[in-house]
Design a protein around this ligand. Sequence first.
Ligand code: SF4
Length: 438
Amino acid sequence: MHILFVVPGWPPESFWDVLFFKFPPLSAATLAGLTPSEHTISYADESIEPVDFSIKPDLVAITIMTPLAPRGYEIADRFRKMGVTVVIGGIHASNMPDEAACHADAVVIGEADEIWGNILKDAKSGQLKPVYRQRSYTEMDKILPANRTIYPKKGYFFENMIQTTRGCPYRCEFCTVTSFFGGTYRLRPVDLVMKEVESLKKTPGYIFFADDNLIAKPDHAVSLMEKLKNYRLRWVCQAPITIAKDEAMLQQFAEAGCHGIFIGFESLNPDNLSLMGKVQNKVEFYEECIRRIHDKGIGVYGSFVFGYDHDTESVFDEFLEFANRNALDGAFLPVLTPFPGTKVHKRLKAENRILTENWKYYDMATVVYQPAKMKVEVLQEGFWKVNKGFYSLSSTVRRLFRLSSLKRRSNIIFMPMNFGHVPAIRKARRSFKTPNYF
Ligand code: SF4
């Protein structure tokens, strides 16, 4: 069979569409790695290049996140009209399987690593079932190296994404990780991770450890660092703020080639953190945390969510002042987005505060619910203010061009990332159209 993996695109000129650093979905490359060699594989990510509807594959596999669902369904419908079999999976399909089923011959709920081979066999024999779900969560030693040869030659900022763990032991109210992985936290054997790392020598560049939480089992993280430091690698990862409490681990991260850590700070307001269930975060530790990580030459990419119930109009200026004072290297600054399947979605729905369930607006750049302490328009304008302010030339210079910042090796990655955001955010702001439910 000819199998086409498809990643639907963001709406043209939307916030995420115009950013120059694009990430490939690891799930497609992982499934490609699990696809028997008797099949032919191709790949289309609309954020890089359009889907070619002039070819007629035997099977189209579409992975969808919530804001990409409407476009994913359009693509699915078009292929099905051509007589092509369509399978839909991913986080959104797993949370909304009945909705996805209206556009697919089969829906995959949850992880697919251990059933992908069976799905292909069923598709080949014309006996596809409407729904597939693994009996249990994937055993991590069953994950084969991802097949990254499917990616286009140019277009991705990080191509070398690897997972060393899956899931997260925390239960943050807004996060889809818990619903998708059922609160599990599973470790991939370090030897298997290293085998995959070795295979990346052919594709130089940064490695992105795409785990949601790299350090929940410190022994596993330490074993990984001990192996990684034998290579001359540059990499970034995601980890909770608690990493900064462990001086020895931070040192090992630095020696193993870590250039940046994505940390979910989420809010400067302890009441918000408490409402989120972000129990591991203590605001009084934030500045010390950033300083400790910087002292190791590692950059801090902070995630802060805007619009939680204790946020008022002052939150945007407070954040910008904090970011500039602490020389934050980069930041992900979304509005709160109550994705289906999360606890916050259920809570806001019960409180009658969800303004739309048109998923195209669930892009983390558009307000889709009624905030508690500000008007919808104020939160929306605040989103633009905080993103434009953080990624302005003056803020970038203040954060990255101070004497203590300039010597950090993490600038190799954070400087282009910051400068790349400046025109992109201006363009996205100009193109933003206020939704009619405001
Ligand atoms: S710590 Fe991060 S990955 Fe874990 S549940 Fe919270 S937001 Fe999700």
